[in-house]
Ligand binder design. Structure first.
Ligand SMILES: [Fe+2]
Length: 594
């Protein structure tokens, strides 16, 4: 029977990174981090900066942009191309952190300097949401992660990740909505990918269905195709389908079953998948369902591309790796049927619930409710796992050191699509005052009898703050190549590799990170070959006010093109509008102009 609580608990955790929790709606705007460091465990101004962000757009409606000012250092002349970052900005003052409007920040580099454009991603449901604001049909918050209207259904917020695909095209993605193609020049949506009714829903109500989709589709540059997944997360809707899309016509959906021929049922979160030359790799990403034993494993489903044929389910091989995980990188080269993955294990970290107002720190016993920041109960692990697919054997090399406390987001040289290549990540560090006593108690017995040990016993957790880091990782030797330690309380995110103009070798470029601050928000530029030197340049703009930023990417150029594929709204929504109550139909037709 459908378990509503489980379903909603699932929704509440989607897309939440391992150290994020709580949402302050304060009006102060954090500190210029690294320059004006906040003192004390209750750095609430810092927290509030990250949970807000403006819907004010920079650069106008078309393809305009505005100059980014240098606030410290000097901007190197040889950065190349365009960084694109996505985030969720609050729809209203009470919008939870990751449940707001998708907004894209585009930073363009040339010898003349850096420029910025920001745009709200106006998905089809956005237009309806504008019309019903403040009415009984308004989209409310469905627990912490979805926006839902009983009349019109679920929003596709498109606020989680960006993926460059064939011919300079760009997708914006979300865990509970189909990918949206954006025009890289204007940042306006061109089309959703696939008819809505091609995506099997988990909640089918009103005009817009809620369908679970990976927030990390993968683009195969060799095949010139996009892969994604569509899955069910409730007992009534257990299925896993791989979507394959050429970019020119309707995508294909291909069923995946287990070795017994039953539909694969992800138990947690299909947030991340990836591809190699011959396989599709799907991670059952970890989150912590309230009231159950927290996860300790990273279940992977590996599907041979050669088995993806219409009308015949593909069989997935299930491989289980110790220590839970939400994000990973895959090496495209799978010679010898050996799939090599780099997993960011957030072992011992509660990802399933927000901090409560009465939460107190593990060490201090002081109130930390309302904080944005939350530390895990263990030092995290980066794992390189080589899976021999035919035999299912796994060879693992693990890295766990001062840099891996609170592992965060990846950055990669985007030119290295056919290999694992250069990899960077940022980590949030550890703050004993930000580990809730509730989590320490919940994870006291971690890993709950599993066949591995904690990295650090609970009783031996550091008494002092471990600072956030930016790390260039050597995944061959599994060691830090270079590390930059931020000041405490700095929250840098969205590390993005920017190639150096005219250079084609790995590593030779820059790393851009977002830094949310008290006086202003900034973009910091590091030399990728010399992280220890610190930021070479800090950029800002009078109207730059981002919340916690999520995934990012880099594109060499911005191409507008005549869409070779476009879902027509009348076909997409026409029948569903007809099924709405008569007095609700016209609003939908007007909003969608059909
Ligand atoms: Fe993600």
């Amino acid at each position: 029977m459908f378990n509503r609580r489980e379903f909603l608990e699932a929704l509440s955790a989607l897309g939440v990174t391992s150290v994020l929790a709580g949402c302050s709606d304060g009006n102060d705007h954090g500190s210029v981090l690294g320059e004006d460091v906040l003192a004390g465990p209750a750095a609430t101004a810092f927290s509030s900066s990250l949970s807000r962000g403006t819907q004010m757009e920079i650069g106008g409606d078309a393809d305009g942009d505005e100059e980014l000012g240098v606030v410290a250092g000097k901007l190197p002349w040889d950065l190349e191309g365009h960084v694109l970052i996505v985030a969720s900005v609050p729809t209203r003052a009470d919008t939870p952190l990751l449940t707001g409007e998708g907004v894209v920040y585009r930073i363009s580099f040339s010898e003349q300097g850096a420029r910025i454009k920001t745009r709200i991603i106006r998905t089809d449901d956005w237009y309806v949401a504008q019309q019903v604001q403040g009415t009984a049909d308004d989209f409310g918050i469905l627990f912490d992660i979805a926006q839902f209207s009983p009349t019109y259904g679920a929003r596709n917020l498109a606020n989680t990740a960006l993926l460059p695909i064939m011919n300079g095209r760009l997708l914006a993605t979300y865990d509970m909505g189909r990918p949206i193609e954006l025009d890289p020049r204007t940042l306006h949506p061109i089309t959703p990918v696939g008819l809505q009714d091609s995506w099997r829903p988990s909640l089918d109500s009103g005009l817009f269905t809620m369908h679970f989709v990976t927030a990390h589709p993968a683009y195969d540059a060799k095949e010139q195709r996009v892969y994604a997944i569509n899955y069910g997360l409730t007992p009534l809707a257990q299925f896993l389908r791989i979507m394959r899309w050429s970019g020119a016509s309707e995508p294909e959906f291909l069923d995946v079953v287990d070795a017994q021929g039953k539909p694969v049922a992800l138990s947690m979160l299909g947030h991340q998948m990836s591809i190699t030359e011959h396989y599709v790799v799907i991670l059952d990403g970890a989150f912590d369902v309230v009231g159950t034993t927290p996860p300790t494993q990273a279940p992977l489903y590996i599907v041979a591309k050669s088995s993806l044929t219409a009308g015949k389910p593909a069989v997935a091989k299930r491989i289980v790796i110790d220590r839970e995980c939400t994000h990973f990188l895959a090496d495209y080269n799978d010679a010898g049927d050996r799939v090599r993955l780099l997993l960011m294990h957030h072992n011992g970290t509660n990802t399933g619930s927000r901090l409560k107002e009465d939460d107190v720190g593990f060490r201090s016993g002081e109130l930390i409710g309302g904080q944005f920041f939350r530390s895990g109960s263990d030092r995290n692990v980066v794992g390189r796992h080589e899976i021999h697919v035919p035999s299912g054997t796994v060879t693992s090399v693990l890295l766990s050191n001062d840099s891996t406390w609170g592992v965060g987001l990846w950055g990669q040289d985007p030119r290295s699509w056919d290999k694992l290549g250069t990899a960077f990540y940022q980590s949030f560090g550890f703050n004993p005052d930000y580990l809730p006593a509730r989590d320490a108690q919940k994870y006291a017995d971690y890993p709950f009898g599993a066949n591995f040990a904690r990295e650090v016993p609970l009783s031996m957790l550091p008494a002092d703050i471990i600072t956030p880091k930016l790390v260039h990782i050597d995944h061959e030797g599994m060691q830090d190549l270079q590390t930059y330690a931020f000041e405490q309380y700095t929250l840098a995110s969205s590390p993005t590799f920017v190639p150096r103009k005219g250079r084609a070798t790995d590593d030779d470029g820059y790393i851009l990170v977002t830094v949310a601050g008290h006086k202003r928000d900034e973009l910091w530029i590091f030399d990728a070959t010399d992280l220890q030197r610190g930021p070479l340049c800090k950029l800002s703009h009078a109207n730059l006010d981002f919340p916690f930023t999520l995934h990012s990417t880099w594109m060499p150029s911005l191409e507008s093109h005549v869409p070779s594929y476009k879902v027509e709204r009348a076909e997409d929504y026409g029948k569903r509008i007809d099924n709405l109550a008569r007095d609700k139909q016209q609003l939908a037709r007007d909003a969608l102009q059909i």
